[in-house]
Design a protein around this ligand. Structure first.
Ligand code: G4P
Length: 529
């Protein structure tokens, strides 16, 4: 196959959701269609999907599992699909956000009974920064659900995005009768037979076939549906592929992942509407995926918990060209030429060494200790440098100090290395050194991971004092004298280790105060440096 053909058949996306909305279940069903796994339940057992903190730490094996499930590749009807995993709430960290930087589109799973939930909100915000297509799967229609108009309204109001229902649910819970496909103008009926089935042709019935519909879903449901469809056709946004492609309009699908209802139509429609690998920005201008020169960036670094050999696996998103195993590439940030050692790709529940990969694919390579998040690796013949990955705002803060002053050196080294992997962010109060480090994390579990790793990998015991701050903002006014700002007494000024000034706040209210009382103050939630 030609390079361009290989690339155009790739679809690389992330599935985001609040825990329990059904991300794992939907992923499993998608993999079943691709024939990548034989039975549902093998993506990750519940025990690993919801592992307790202690398990996570104790079992190196589990690191293996979370590495394997970082990206799943499978084939479906000529498409080569890469699903990027965004960890559940226990694992929620900056990695989750960064994964979105490697995706070309996003599927947002929403529980029909709950609507938008906090984690969906956070992930959506980051996705929206990228203007990439966002598809919505409203799940669990086999259970009692909220009114579908209300769900769409919530998406539009909260996220400021247009919605286009691709299908429309007929009832929910015990009254769930199926969905109306708006393009085909027909009904896909839901029945007991769906439960637990793998692949099934839905019973179809045309919307104009009144008698047939009455037989299938009952007269009451038919009347209700016809009036809802009229309302929908009149009131909703028009379908506009351009708007879908830039994330301004989300195609919405109703279904039930558990009973495998609506998953296949969703997959097919998604593959048709979403984009192949996208053009990416570099400091030298745009680079197209079909460019014959290989280029990729680092979006995730995963430390191996095995302390005997401190391996790290670096995940690269290929942005252009073709990767070849035996070739030497340039690591732009260090200026070094290197062969990427043991390049691997993940297939559902196994890892394999690969010889080649294409733009759109994700590869994991052993890291000799030179990679940082956001780094570029490219063909020696064409040097490019991707724009950095933003630093996301941590939401939990703590002061970390080493217990034994003789261990200062190891402490500094450990904290700095773990920060380099992007697992934590480190700050300090102005005019203080590395004795007391303020650590910021996106997910609280990261504190425990940090303590565990410092003890096990660096032999340093630490104390942790949690701080009440929840919000951080980068101060973007050059040369501003921070000490002269008018701030609430519970707002703290900190610096990162590049000398950047930041403010940490206990509430939204305090951020508004800072902005109101200090004219011209520029605060940013993400840092792009
Ligand atoms: P997550 O990855 O987003 O956290 O969610 P996951 O797929 O693990 O699903 C969370 C729970 O919701 C699971 O039940 C799962 O079976 C259920 N679920 C997912 N999709 C549907 C659906 O379409 N309909 C219904 N009724 N339930 C759904 P659990 O009881 O927590 O786990 P399990 O005992 O079923 O494994």
């Amino acid at each position: 196959m030609q390079l361009g053909e290989e690339i155009r058949r790739r679809r690389t996306f992330a599935i985001i959701s609040h825990p329990d909305a059904g991300k794992t279940t939907l992923t499993e069903k998608l993999l079943l269609y691709g024939g990548a796994i034989q039975t549902a339940g093998s993506v990750k057992g519940k025990a690993t999907a919801r592992h307790a903190v202690s398990d996570w730490m104790d079992l190196e094996k589990q690191r293996g599992i979370s590495i394997t499930s970082s990206v799943l590749q499978f084939e479906y009807e000529g498409f080569c699909i890469n699903i990027l995993d965004t960890p559940g709430h226990q694992d929620f960290s900056e990695d989750t956000y960064r994964t979105l930087m490697a995706a070309d589109s996003v599927v947002m799973v929403i529980d029909a009974a709950k609507g938008i939930e906090p984690q969906t909100r956070k992930l959506f915000k980051v996705t929206a920064m990228r203007n990439i297509p966002i598809f919505t799967f409203i799940n669990k229609l086999d259970r009692d659900a909220r009114d579908p108009f209300e769900l769409l309204d919530q998406l539009e109001k909260e996220f400021g995005i247009g919605t286009y229902p691709m299908n429309w649910p007929i009832g929910s819970g015990i009254d769930f009768k199926g969905v109306f496909d708006r393009k085909e103008r027909q009904i896909l009926a839901f029945g007991d037979m769906h439960k637990g089935q793998m692949k099934l042709d839905a019973v179809k019935c045309d919307i104009t076939d009144t008698a047939g519909l009455d037989g299938l879903i009952g007269e009451y449901a038919r009347r209700e549906l016809v009036s809802e469809i009229e309302l929908l056709d009149g009131a909703s946004f028009d379908f506009d592929l351009e708007k879908v492609r830039c994330g301004k309009l989300t195609p919405v699908f109703f279904g039930s992942a558990l009973t495998n209802f609506g998953v296949q139509p969703f997959l097919e429609s998604f593959l048709e509407l979403t984009t192949p690998p996208l053009v990416r920005n570099t400091k030298m201008g745009e680079i197209t995926p079909e460019d014959e020169h290989f280029s990729a960036f680092v979006f995730k670094i995963q430390a191996n918990m095995n302390k005997a050999h401190r391996d790290r696996i670096t995940f690269l998103r290929i942005c252009s060209g073709k990767f070849e195993r035996e070739k030497e590439y340039l690591h732009v940030q260090s200026g070094k030429t290197l062969r990427l050692s043991q390049p691997q790709q993940m297939m559902a529940d196994s890892r394999q060494i690969i010889n080649e990969a294409y733009a759109g694919d994700i590869i994991g390579v052993f890291d000799p200790g030179i990679f940082s998040i956001g780094d570029t690796v490219c063909d020696k013949a064409k040097k490019v440098r991707f724009e950095g990955i933003p630093t996301f705002a941590p939401e939990h803060f703590a002061i970390i100090e080493h217990k034994d002053s003789l261990k200062r050196k190891q402490f500094v080294k450990g904290v700095e290395q773990i920060a380099m992997e992007g697992a934590i962010q480190i700050f300090h109060e102005p005019n203080t050194g590395m004795e007391r480090v303020i650590v910021g994390v996106v997910g609280e579990l990261q504190f425990e991971v940090l303590e565990y790793r410092l003890k096990n990998e660096y032999n340093v015991e630490v104390t942790r004092n949690n701080l009440p701050y929840q919000y951080i903002r980068w101060v973007k006014n050059p040369g501003l004298d921070i000490s002269s700002l008018n701030l609430t007494s519970d707002t703290k000024w900190v610096q990162d280790f590049k000398g950047g000034d930041l403010l940490i706040f206990t509430s939204d209210w305090n951020i508004n105060w800072a902005l109101e009382k200090n004219e011209g103050l520029i605060l940013e939630e993400f840092s792009r440096e």
